[in-house]
Ligand binder design. Structure first.
Ligand SMILES: NC(=O)c1ccc[n+]([C@@H]2O[C@H](COP(=O)([O-])OP(=O)(O)OC[C@H]3O[C@@H](n4cnc5c(N)ncnc54)[C@H](O)[C@@H]3O)[C@@H](O)[C@H]2O)c1
Length: 349
């Protein structure tokens, strides 16, 4: 067996600690340093038994990690990842890959030129149920994908907005939450050619959106809609329906994505697949259904296992910086479409 890979953590907040929780269950990786200028980070590093740093440059020079997990604030993602790449260290970079497309282009160029890989933490793609859905769609089990319905409708408590930046423009549910759904839609249904969108802040009146309705036209011709709100008492969202994170009480019987094609349909996360017994059948015949199965494993842990392979050079990242950049470009297109009232195409990365 390989020596355990020495991994440093930059940003030991909520998400960084979740990564550590899974890292410590893997035999072939070990934490070697923590870097975070925050008040409680030194204590966390001491509890993990590793050296503590407040500056990532110093950490890279002194600890010489073989791979780094970056889970610091969004605006620092690209500059931190660039420093790791300059030191030749593969990066697992939390989402969003960056906050502006130009900085993401710089990151993609640096990763490509140096051949130092970046895996972006769109962890839901690593969920086995998404892997199974991806297989079904790729195998043509639904025929030609035609109609895509996605729902993200939750209630964030008032206390969530006590933290000032969560009320500011640009920090709303599009970039924080719907980015996950849009990334999965790209992964499962293909690239998006153009979008139309409306957003509203009418429930809370903050500078960012509390509701959005998006129309999507995919390159393959499929048409879709995504309706989202973080101000509704409703059960339709990946968080509540998938059971991926136990902090959200599970609504296991409710779907968040409904994908329909010429030969069948699929509800996610239930992975219930509908089809007719014979081709040519229609709405007067019984619509049959199959319960698809998949292994139950934690997406974040699987993402970390994949990252170890990426860092060892065995596989390419499932979500590269360029790929995650295309999801960010889609968010930008939705913003522009909502502002202008016109259909907008995502910029090329
Ligand atoms: N994949 C997901 O589902 C998911 C979920 C939550 C958060 N995230 C992402 O993870 C990242 C962190 O979010 P969080 O919820 O853990 O936030 P958080 O505020 O709990 O943690 C961020 C940490 O970064 C530290 N930090 C600030 N400046 C730093 C610097 N210069 N160098 C190193 N560390 C620094 C802070 O002290 C803090 O401990 C964000 O990018 C967020 O988008 C992803």
């Amino acid at each position: 067996m390989n020596q355990p890979l020495r991994i440093a953590l930059i940003g030991a907040g909520v998400m960084g600690r979740q990564h550590y929780h899974h890292l410590r269950t893997l035999d072939d990786a070990t934490l070697c340093a923590v870097c975070d200028p925050g008040l409680q980070a030194a204590e966390f590093a001491a509890a993990c038994g590793v050296p503590y740093f407040t500056d990532h440059q110093q950490m890279l020079e002194q600890s010489k990690p073989e791979a780094v997990i970056v889970a610091n604030p969004n605006s620092l993602h690209v500059s931190t990842a660039l420093a790791c790449i300059a030191a030749g260290v593969p990066v697992l970079l939390e989402k969003p890959v960056g906050v502006h497309l130009d900085e993401v282009r710089e990151l993609v160029a640096a990763s490509t030129a140096s051949a130092v890989p970046v895996l972006v933490g769109h962890h839901r793609r690593h969920n086995p149920l998404i892997a199974r859905a991806h297989e079904l769609l790729s195998s043509g089990a639904l025929g030609r994908l035609t109609s895509v319905t996605a729902l993200w409708q939750v209630q964030k408590p008032d206390s969530y907005f006590d933290i000032p930046w969560r009320r500011e423009a640009g920090a709303g549910m599009l970039l924080t939450n719907l980015i996950h759904d849009l990334d999965l839609l790209r992964h499962l249904c293909g690239e998006v050619r153009q979008v139309q969108a409306f957003t509203s802040n009418s429930v809370r009146g903050f500078a960012n959106e509390d509701s959005a309705a998006v129309l999507l036209q995919f390159d393959n011709g499929a048409l879709g809609s995504l309706t989202g709100s973080d101000a509704v008492a409703a059960p339709w969202s990946w968080e509540l329906d998938s059971g991926e994170n136990p902090i959200y009480p599970n609504q296991a019987d409710q779907p968040c994505y409904l994908l329909a094609g010429t030969r069948g349909a699929l509800s996610i996360p239930q992975l219930k697949r509908w089809h007719y017994a014979e081709s040519g059948a229609g709405w007067h015949q019984p619509l049959l259904h199959v319960q698809e199965t998949y292994p139950h494993e934690e997406a974040l842990r699987r993402q970390l296992q994949h990252f170890l392979q990426v860092a060892r050079g065995a596989v390419a990242p499932l979500v590269s910086a360029a790929d995650a950049g295309r999801t960010l470009a889609l968010i930008e297109a939705i913003r522009k479409a909502a502002e202008s009232g016109r259909a907008c195409a995502p910029e090329v990365i």
